[in-house]
Design a protein around this ligand. Sequence first.
Ligand code: E4P
Length: 218
Amino acid sequence: MKFFIDTANLDQIREANALGILDGVTTNPSLMAKEGITGEANIINHYKAICEIVDGDVSAEVISTDFEGMVREGEALAALHPNIVVKVPMIVDGLKAISYFSRKGIRTNCTLVFSAGQAILAAKAGATYLSPFIGRIDDSSWDGMDLIGQIANIYSIQGYETQILAASIRNPLHIVKSAELGADVVTCPLSAIMGLFKHPLTDIGLAQFLADHKKANG
Ligand code: E4P
């Protein structure tokens, strides 16, 4: 399972990259706005900066909601760097755009996915990645992990090549469950990745090893 970080914060991207386990980055318009990245030129420069830090796929989301606009934006984004993946929302024109990009060899991440039906459409259109939003489903008292399992089952039965990118991850357990259920990728906030380290027995064991070493060696 690949690990992406879900942020536009360059410091956090560097920190995750330094762990040596980072395979890519996802962003969205809200994450870019949170970092104060506004205006077309700044947004483009920010994507380029991310691509310079991480040697892996970087999802850059289109803002247009019509086919022509998505194609125009997506082609410009894809031309920025070979690692850019064009992120397209799961709407009718979005599906048409994914299909167009697929025929042109431009890689896509179909975002805002909340059902297995949407997952089937995206795979049929040739999306490279599919982003089901686990946390937002949990937030509405459905089980986001059930959707990951259902999509993984369908994709396996049907032989679809679209990679399942578990998104809207809120905690380390979402990461573990995504791995169990066969997600190809997880995109996580840095806090969820760092949460994977945590176990009190690791801390207690290390403290004991160091204390015993000190006692024996002075
Ligand atoms: C990533 O591709 C998604 O845009 C992101 O994971 C959404 O996460 P959120 O539900 O925490 O905003």
